[in-house]
Ligand binder design. Structure first.
Ligand code: HEC
Ligand code: HEC
Ligand code: HEC
Ligand code: HEC
Ligand code: HEC
Length: 146
């Protein structure tokens, strides 16, 4: 039982490159600097590899993970990050609409984490509980059929 729990966590959290939010937060980097919500978009998005290479052309260049990162950058391929928080396609969700809420309220203390796991629920009841508390809409079609 413990072995299967361990294996499921390991599979869930495995990333192509072991990026640590904790390490990079300690450098003073801001969430919004890497996770921009571009144009009229709704997604928080992942940073361009050029953003990483601004430092990693000189920092830790002999690390195998950084060599892999540099390969993706050279080949102009985005790092295929494994997704942690993902809603079904038929739900309408916008980070822009939630800019007044803290990242932590939906994703936990990311800045303290080496590895991100899904430690907060993004179920319908989790959405609706906060909408009740904050007076946001709980009409079915606020999140469905848009
Ligand atoms: C230097 C760039 C950088 C900074 C700064 C940064 N992130 Fe990230 N973030 C990433 C990368 C790269 C990933 C993908 C790898 C991973 O999941 O660890 C990611 C993944 C995530 C995810 C998981 C997304 C998903 O569903 O797959 C969340 C949530 C997140 N970041 C929130 C934050 C928050 C909150 C902050 C500020 C405390 C922050 N990030 C700061 C680069 C960054
Ligand atoms: C009200 C809850 C909530 C807040 C606040 C929130 N997120 Fe999210 N986040 C989500 C949900 C839900 C998803 C999955 C979205 C989907 O699959 O469409 C997500 C997905 C992400 C992703 C993966 C890319 C994407 O947009 O699908 C990143 C990165 C992320 N969040 C970062 C952040 C950062 C950084 C902040 C703070 C600036 C933040 N989030 C604030 C709920 C939230
Ligand atoms: C502001 C500069 C800066 C940016 C931007 C930055 N990093 Fe880093 N990164 C560092 C520093 C400094 C370290 C820690 C080096 C050490 O351990 O001494 C580090 C460590 C790492 C490590 C661990 C390497 C190892 O083998 O120990 C990885 C992997 C990494 N970064 C990936 C990324 C990725 C992916 C991005 C873009 C999403 C990124 N970094 C953006 C400065 C940066
Ligand atoms: C931490 C509290 C919180 C959580 C959790 C949360 N929301 Fe919200 N949501 C809000 C607030 C507050 C607003 C109103 C924002 C405003 O008007 O500026 C809002 C607004 C919305 C709107 C726009 C409603 C309208 O009629 O314009 C949608 C859609 C939405 N949220 C979907 C979701 C979904 C889907 C989830 C779960 C994945 C979720 N929210 C989780 C706080 C939250
Ligand atoms: C604040 C956002 C929000 C509101 C309001 C909301 N839902 Fe949902 N709903 C979700 C999310 C997110 C999911 C997917 C995650 C899950 O299954 O918990 C979902 C899933 C569902 C599902 C199951 C799944 C499926 O297959 O699509 C049904 C049925 C459903 N909602 C019906 C309703 C009804 C009926 C109402 C109005 C009384 C409603 N929802 C209001 C966010 C919302």
């Amino acid at each position: 039982m413990w072995l299967s729990l361990f294996l499921s966590l390991w599979v869930e959290t495995r990333q192509p490159i072991p990026f640590s939010h904790k390490t990079h937060h300690l450098l003073g980097l801001q969430c919004a600097g890497c996770h921009t919500v571009p144009g009229k978009g709704t997604a928080a998005t992942f940073p361009d590899e050029a953003k990483c290479m601004a430092c990693h052309t000189s920092v830790k260049t002999d690390s195998p993970s950084i060599r892999l990162l540099a390969d993706y950058f050279r080949q102009k391929k985005p790092v295929p990050w494994a997704r942690i928080y993902q809603l079904p396609d038929n739900i309408w969700f916008s980070h822009r609409r939630h800019r007044k809420s803290n990242c932590e309220s939906c994703h936990g203390p990311v800045a303290e984490r080496d590895v991100i796991v899904k430690e907060k629920d993004i179920t319908m009841s989790a959405c609706m509980d906060c909408h009740d508390e904050t007076g946001a809409s709980n009409e079915c079609n606020a999140c469905h059929n848009r």
